[in-house]
Design a protein around this ligand. Structure first.
Ligand code: BGC
Length: 395
């Protein structure tokens, strides 16, 4: 019998984003990175270096995205491509293909091409500090995009989703839909420790899950470090690091899969049956879900995600993933483009939050997130025109 994912109840819908308008000036767009580059057979890093090496001409705003190998960042690329035509400034988008070295070259290339603003989503938040410091020294305004760059004063602004809310929504979903009774096995997974967001997601999830763990509702299945800290409501970054180091997926589907396989092999029958899984994003959720779905001693599982990747939306429709957190990339791209335009026009962009990057409080523009499960795929993703119904089967 096909294993079903538990929990079809709608948890929360926390506001949809509003597209910020921008434009007005004459626009001349430098060549943006293309889909074809993603399909090149050459190793990813080489492909990205080739892109970076192509000299841009008269770029006012440079955009650096982390990798084409995860659908999340192709969503962002598509949104930038949709709006850059009317952005009112010349621009270029480059990908770093999971390499801090390529990322630094991309930042240098854009700076040399005259970029006055660089919008950058760092591959590794700490490693990117050096690259943006050099650009900042040349007078470039740095806008961190989605991922905060840490340990440097060279970040002017941060455009982000509410990442703590992402983790809270994931944890709350598990709580709201967990099987009856105490001692429900809970598997924890996290993002890459090089990504500040991994800490924010975990912080949010821990905030809501910890009281339930302490009360005996959940029993942690795969992290001795989390078990040791089960009575602690607020974790320091070092404490979170200890847990994340044990349960990290590195944002890599294969790492997620092997970690889940090792976990289900290591535990006894008491940690199987109806289980709950905190998976940090959609790509890792699908890998982890596949492992649990094929374990004969797992009767049902709840698994979280984030990004509303098409493949995961299909998993949700098919009952193989429980939820995702929709982060409307249209809003993030539009907010960062509007912010860049404001900077180019000599203004000060509006912000509504600050984030501590371990060197300063970075002024931030923060966007809320939306929980999506089977019952609101249509309303959240199709009616909002993020996707079309034809993108999916069985809707
Ligand atoms: C982003 C997520 C994404 C993850 C892996 C995080 O920084 O916020 O949306 O799934 O990186 O790329």
């Amino acid at each position: 019998m096909k294993k079903r994912v538990l929990g079809l109840l709608l948890s929360t819908v926390v506001l949809a984003g509003v597209l910020a308008g921008c434009g007005g000036q004459q626009q001349q767009q430098a060549p943006a990175a293309t889909e074809e580059a993603a399909e090149e057979e050459a190793p990813a890093e080489e492909a990205a270096t080739e892109e970076a090496a192509a000299p841009a001409d008269g770029v006012q705003v440079g955009i650096v995205l982390p990798t084409k190998d995860e659908p999340r960042w192709l969503q962002d690329q598509a949104q930038f491509e949709n709006i850059l035509g009317d952005a009112g400034f010349t621009n270029q988008v480059l990908f770093s293909q999971g390499s801090s070295a390529t990322e630094a070259t991309n930042v240098e290339t854009l700076t040399a091409a005259g970029a006055q603003v660089i919008i950058i989503c760092a591959h590794d938040g700490a490693a990117a500090a050096g690259a943006v410091e050099k650009a900042k020294a040349e007078g470039v305004t740095i806008i961190a995009y989605d991922r905060l760059i840490t340990g440097t004063e060279a970040v002017d602004y941060y455009v982000t989703f509410d990442s703590v809310a992402v983790g809270e929504a994931q944890g709350q979903y598990l709580i709201d839909n967990a099987p009856e009774g105490d001692g429900v096995p809970l598997y924890l997974y996290a993002g890459a420790a090089t990504d500040n967001n991994a800490f924010l997601f975990f912080e949010g999830a821990w905030k809501v899950l910890q009281p339930q763990i302490a009360a005996g509702k959940f029993k942690i299945a795969n992290s001795s470090e989390a078990e040791a800290l089960a009575d602690k409501a607020e974790l320091t970054r070092d404490e979170m690091s200890k847990i994340i180091d044990q349960v990290t997926t590195d944002w890599d589907f294969n790492v997620a899969k092997s970690k889940a396989e090792a976990n289900v092999t290591a535990v006894g029958a008491d940690m199987k049956g109806d289980v709950c899984i905190l998976a940090p994003n959609d790509g890792t959720a699908r890998s982890i879900a596949d492992v649990f779905a094929s374990d004969k001693d797992v009767t049902s599982y709840l698994v979280t995600g984030q990004d509303a990747e098409k493949a995961s939306v299909q998993y949700i429709i098919d009952g193989k993933q429980s939820m995702t957190v929709f982060k409307d990339t249209r809003t993030l791209a539009a907010d960062s483009v509007a912010m860049a335009l404001e900077v180019l026009n000599g203004g000060t962009p509006a912000t509504d939050a600050t984030y501590d990057n371990q060197a300063k409080e970075v002024p931030a523009k923060q966007t809320p997130v939306v929980v999506v499960e089977q019952s609101n795929v249509q309303a959240a993703l199709i009616d909002s025109e993020y996707y079309t119904a034809g993108d999916f089967t069985g809707l």
